[in-house]
Design a protein around this ligand. Structure first.
Ligand code: HEC
Length: 141
């Protein structure tokens, strides 16, 4: 009897886990957020990060003055290591936190606008990158 219950329990957990995995591909943002974010990104960020958040290809190499160039935010570089709260902090405060050259946007953009912008560049992340970020507490840390 116990064996049977255990079997059902394991089956159920596997089922729930599979469901959870499947739904992870759903994003926290809507297409409308992405559209709003695109406009804001083009106006505020694309001069350095590129219109599709693809710049700079050689983001690991320092410039002549020892600072780093703007890294791509499209999922090919490092941005997905940061939970959303940290991405927000970087955008609000710029690179001064870590001797970088990115300008701060706290007097330019509000929190809502920053969320739209994050949705815009996250929309370039493939499901694998997005899910890794999500499973790393991307939304909860
Ligand atoms: C004047 C150029 C410039 C502009 C404009 C700019 N950035 Fe940056 N950004 C950088 C640089 C350079 C870095 C690398 C760290 C540093 O030097 O501060 C960076 C780093 C970042 C990072 C950290 C990425 C990582 O992999 O850790 C994020 C996120 C980011 N920028 C988002 C934005 C967003 C969003 C905007 C527009 C609201 C923006 N940036 C505007 C130059 C810029």
């Amino acid at each position: 009897m116990l064996k049977k219950i255990l079997f059902i329990l394991v089956f159920f957990c596997t089922y729930i886990f599979a469901q959870e995995k499947a739904s992870l591909n759903e994003r926290w943002y809507t297409q409308e957020d992405v559209t709003k974010g695109k406009k804001l990104f083009i106006n505020n960020c694309s001069s350095c990060h590129g219109k599709k958040a693809q710049k700079t290809l050689n983001w690991k190499r320092t410039l002549k003055d020892g600072t780093y160039p703007p890294p791509p935010l499209n999922g090919t570089a490092h941005a997905w290591h940061h939970p959303k709260s940290q991405l927000e902090r970087i955008i609000l405060n710029g690179g001064q936190l870590y001797d970088g050259t990115m300008p701060a946007f706290k007097n330019v953009l509000n929190k809502e606008e920053i969320s739209y912008i994050i949705s815009y560049f996250q929309n370039f992340w493939n499901n694998e990158i997005y899910n890794t970020w999500f499973n790393n507490a991307g939304l909860t840390r």
